[in-house]
Design a protein around this ligand. Structure first.
Ligand SMILES: NC(=O)c1ccc[n+]([C@@H]2O[C@H](COP(=O)([O-])OP(=O)(O)OC[C@H]3O[C@@H](n4cnc5c(N)ncnc54)[C@H](OP(=O)(O)O)[C@@H]3O)[C@@H](O)[C@H]2O)c1
Length: 264
């Protein structure tokens, strides 16, 4: 239970990540004490405690005296099953033992439509939440602008970019998504909260043109017709949620803010 009842303590897992840093920076308005956690020795938040969800080290200590957990830690490029599925199970068990009142799980739009291995693990983690060890909320969001930016930089490393230009995306500003998570904390357990998606559904081709213009990159882009079920689902818009286009900042506005260049 929180030591100071007027300022509930919220544990943010993955506090050193893109979303975690935004969450920690936007907690003050709600009057929360943020305890950040991750594998590093320090990180964002009013307090920091080290924990590794894959090994279980530090998990019990991390949830002590915590009112609500926002579970944002994830390892898409590492051992996803150990961190995202078993780690979530471990975190929930520890939270139940410690008397945590509410866990908010950060999830991704389309994990039940796009048959990508990482998404299957996110779906398995959602099922751990739904088992109800602790009262819960799941909030799914679409891709953050930062994620698309990093992905496009990877696609443009060679002298020409090879891009699946027909994939659909609906990027959302990470701060808008963080605000929606804080609203979930304030509202209390509600099971599945309404998805949070960006204001526009766009094709990678148009997004890449704007990205190149913002960065002053002139390399050619060659369409990459990717085979397989994951690519087909992304072409169909499996990772978008047009009916939940609640985000306000567009991709072009974000590029202007990030790179400070005027787009044509
Ligand atoms: N990126 C997107 O576009 C997007 C969109 C919608 C939803 N989401 C979801 O939002 C969440 C955060 O995404 P993000 O982009 O902010 O991720 P990120 O920048 O990659 O951060 C991941 C965080 O997880 C922590 N972490 C990884 N392995 C860990 C472990 N074994 N034990 C403890 N902590 C561990 C990392 O901390 P250390 O490395 O410091 O330990 C880091 O703080 C994820 O659940 C993701 O699925 C992401």
């Amino acid at each position: 239970m929180p030591a100071d009842r007027s300022r509930p303590r919220v544990l943010v897992t993955g506090a050193s990540g893109v979303l975690g840093r935004s969450l920690a920076g936007r907690a003050a308005a709600g009057g929360y004490v943020v305890r950040g956690t991750g594998r590093g020795v320090t990180g964002p938040g009013d307090e920091w405690t080290r924990c590794n969800l894959a090994s279980g080290e530090g998990v019990d200590a991390a949830v002590q005296d915590v009112h609500t957990v926002i579970h944002a830690a994830s390892s898409p490029k590492g051992d996803t099953e150990r961190t995202d599925v078993h780690g979530t199970m471990r975190l929930l068990e520890a939270a139940r033992r410690a008397g945590v009142r509410h866990v908010v799980y950060v999830s991704v739009v389309g994990i039940d439509r796009v048959p990508y291995a990482y998404y299957r693990h996110k779906l398995a983690a959602e099922r751990e939440m739904q088992a109800g060890r602790v009262p819960w909320t799941i909030l799914r969001g679409t891709q953050f602008h930062e994620f698309v930016d990093t992905m496009f930089a990877g696609m443009m490393k060679l002298p020409a970019g090879f891009v699946p230009t027909d994939f659909q995306s609906q990027p959302v500003h990470v701060d808008e998504f963080a605000d929606a998570l804080w609203e979930c904390v304030a509202a209390g357990p509600m099971k599945r909260a309404p998805d949070v998606a960006g204001p526009q559904v766009l094709r990678f081709g148009a997004m890449m043109r704007a990205w190149k213009a913002a960065r002053g990159i002139r390399k050619p882009v060659i369409h990459l017709p990717l085979p397989g079920a994951v690519a087909a689902a992304l072409r169909r818009g499996g990772a978008t949620a047009p009916e939940h286009a609640v985000g306000r900042m567009t991709w072009e506005e974000w590029l202007r803010e990030r790179y400070g260049t005027a787009l044509p």
